[in-house]
Write a new protein. Sequence first.
Length: 98
Amino acid sequence: MKKVVLTIAIILGGLTAQAFTPAANQSKIIKIAQEEYKEIEVSKLPTAVTDAVQKDFAGAKISKAYVNEKGEYKLEISKDGAEKTLYADKDGNWIKKQ
């Protein structure tokens, strides 16, 4: 009888030991990379960028323009009441941003 009680105690002890998980004190720091764009005058845009807008978005008007340290441009354009934000490099190539 002592062996049965001892066996049950060992089994229960083994089962509860696996179920116990100590609380991990982990703190994750997530750094969100935000690109800093500075507003510039539309007239200061490179001609390659303005030509690309006119070629690919004929009739669109650039309402605001921004530039970052990498020389990438953020453009806010409007056409027929619809507004869109585009990204381009200094050579007028479009950049896909998520």
